[in-house]
Design a protein. Structure first.
Length: 226
């Protein structure tokens, strides 16, 4: 079983600092929603986000969306060998059920994420939710999962490749892989601190969903799933 964790995930509701910004209010009004119950989105709130700290890592729900589509549709997940988590940039853990099929449409996906942050789970009244949200750190998530080894993928890690990292993962009973789900910037020191090993798998920066698809595929090969 592989624990795939998207870290510093660029996913949050609009923060209080910009609730009164015209672009934020305009988007909420158009959708008939309360401003504080809408998702922060760089494509809609670009100018408002100039006032936010750490803005370069925030407001990109599409990254988590694409990564989820890659992971949840994989043979690894369909055969019951994957557990998916996300730890957001604002310190929330998201647990994703293996049966979750993310919407292909980004608007529907964003609405689902808004529902998750507002209600703590989706569907809100289900005894077996597809996703659950709670305030917790990455260290809390690692403690909950109790992996046998944690490997982080970062451009500042030891030089390696997808195949060799997948081989290391396949040799573990309960491995965990950390992938940054944010637009740019270095992985935080607090994130790297929970990893046993940190590897750079490509000489240039790659999109998070590309990394996700490649490492999942190589892991599938190493465990003989495909």
């Amino acid at each position: 079983m592989l624990d795939l964790v998207f870290v510093e995930t660029s996913l949050e509701l609009v923060p209080s600092e910009i609730l009164r910004h015209p672009s934020v209010k305009r988007n909420a009004k158009r959708r008939g929603k309360r401003v504080e119950e809408t998702l922060l989105d760089r494509s809609l709130h670009h100018y408002a986000m100039d006032k936010l700290s750490n803005a370069e890592k925030r407001g990109r729900p599409d990254i988590f969306h694409f990564c989820m589509l890659e992971a949840m549709g994989s043979p690894l997940n369909r055969k019951g060998h994957l557990r998916l988590w996300a730890n957001t940039i604002q310190g929330y853990n998201i647990e994703v059920s293996p049966s979750t099929r993310p919407p292909r449409d980004c608007i529907r996906f964003n609405s689902l994420m808004e529902q998750l942050f507002i209600n703590g789970q989706v569907p809100p009244d289900s005894n077996e939710p597809l996703m659950k949200l709670r305030k917790a750190s990455l260290k809390d998530l690692v403690k909950l999962s109790s992996p046998s080894k944690v490997i982080a993928l970062s451009s500042h890690g030891e030089e390696s490749n997808f195949s060799d990292v997948a081989k290391l993962l396949s040799e573990e009973l309960n491995p965990m892989i950390l992938i940054g789900a944010y637009p740019k910037g270095s992985m935080n020191g607090e994130t790297l601190d929970v990893a046993d090993e940190v590897f750079s798998v490509y000489p240039e920066s790659l999109e998070a969903w590309t990394i996700t698809s490649r490492i999942v595929y190589e892991y599938e090969r190493k465990i003989g799933l495909i």
